[in-house]
Design a binder for this molecule. Structure first.
Ligand SMILES: *Cc1c(COP(=O)(O)O)cnc(C)c1O
Length: 384
């Protein structure tokens, strides 16, 4: 049997047998969502203050074991504020994996800095730290105030590892390189709520992390995001910037810098509190689904199922398979075959340096990113 038919059969074996469209991911509201949202409407506290905002922040801290959580309007805004907290300024450079969702690079651009694209590795789908270390040794100059790019003269202030599909990037290893080159680590954990490296929730090993609660993520607030950090100064800074840089005063409007209106409304936080209550159930269901895919696909030669790396626990937000060899035509034939049967499989994002606005940004050799782009196929992964 040809490869696309084998894969179709395996995927159909895992998914429910009906004619319904099988989206990549869809939100599930089976808990207190209506009740909590109704609460905010009845109390009229629907906007940027209210008890659910505080509760969601507290619940995120207890779930992750991280000291501070600051909720905001979306994951992209969270990343932008995290970069400011890391000291990124206009004209700096920030190291970003070329294999990511566009928001990672956009958030860097929104700060006025330049994304500098780095390659990923197959085992974590995150930044290839050994390759980055070698690259920086050749192209960066370390000074007492930080490192700069010897070709552009710009400061390299931070590195933004992204936990692809919920699989933790190698932050433990990245810490050594980041310290050597005086880089702050801003984790793009948008996809990784409920994922762990060495038993610690993502966001613990970096300086600050951003998560997303967009409708397609593991839990949703409609639109929303949060910053997670153990660093009190960073948390205070992002909280201040997210709320128009307003200085606390009993009646006067005083703002001490150009701030943003990035606070999460209480009505969204209400939805988030109900969703977070169900996260343990979502995690269990997703792990089970991943196991079923892994088994169903295990006998097919020429492909493998994407599994969590040793020493990590993935939230399995998005499942995927990997072609042994890069082959765009084969990749697309498989996706089309699945679509013909209502299964909305998708390729991974087009790498950042292929996008028009990011074509001329600084970058290292991106061989692995380009190869993975032609090998990854994501499969329906919602809680069903
Ligand atoms: C979803 C996502 C974001 C952005 O989050 P929004 O809430 O949609 O702004 C950033 N990075 C990655 C990797 C994502 O998947």
């Amino acid at each position: 049997m040809i490869l696309e038919s084998q894969i179709l059969q395996a995927v159909q074996h895992v998914l429910p047998e009906n004619d319904e469209l099988k989206p990549l991911h869809a939100p599930v509201f089976q808990g207190n969502e209506s009740k909590y949202v109704q609460d905010t409407i009845e109390s009229t506290w629907v906007s940027s203050a209210g008890t659910y905002v505080n509760k969601l922040q507290e619940d995120l801290c207890s779930f992750t074991g991280i000291n501070r959580a600051v909720t905001v309007v979306n994951g992209t805004a969270a990343l932008q504020l995290a970069l400011f907290a890391a000291g990124v300024e206009q004209g700096d450079e920030v190291l970003v994996p070329a294999l990511t969702f566009v928001a990672t690079a956009n958030a860097v651009s929104h700060t006025g800095a330049v994304p500098h694209f780095v390659d990923v590795e197959e085992s974590s789908l995150g930044i290839d730290v050994s390759k980055l270390e070698m690259y920086l040794k050749q192209h960066a100059v370390i000074t007492s105030e930080g490192s700069y790019n010897k070709h552009t003269g710009r400061w390299i202030r931070a590195v933004v590892p992204m936990h692809t599909f919920g699989h933790p990037a190698a932050i433990n290893q990245l810490r050594l390189t980041a310290d050597r080159f005086h880089l702050k680590i801003v984790e793009d954990a948008a996809e990784a709520l409920g994922s762990y490296e060495d038993g610690r929730h993502v966001g613990q090993l970096g300086d600050i992390a951003a998560v997303s609660f967009n409708g397609n993520k593991i839990i949703t607030t409609g639109g929303g995001g949060a910053l997670l950090t153990n660093n009190k100064d960073m948390a205070d800074k992002v909280e201040h910037l997210a709320s128009t840089a307003k200085v606390s005063h009993s009646f006067e409007f005083v703002h001490d810098e150009v701030g943003y209106n990035y606070r999460m409304p209480n009505i969204n936080a209400a939805l988030g509190c109900a969703q977070l209550e169900q996260l343990p159930f979502f995690l269990k269901t997703k792990r089970k689904l991943a196991g079923q895919y892994a088994e169903a696909l295990s006998d097919i030669s020429g492909i493998s199922f994407i599994k969590e790396r040793a020493g990590t626990r993935s939230n399995y937000w998005l499942n995927g398979l990997l072609l042994n060899e890069p082959d765009m035509e084969q990749r697309d034939r498989i996706i089309k075959k699945l679509h013909d049967h209502q299964i909305l499989a998708r390729p991974v994002w087009k790498p950042m340096h292929y996008l028009e606005m990011y074509r001329n940004m600084p970058k290292m050799d991106l061989t692995q990113t380009e190869s993975l782009y032609a090998r990854i196929i994501n499969l329906p992964s919602g809680v069903m």
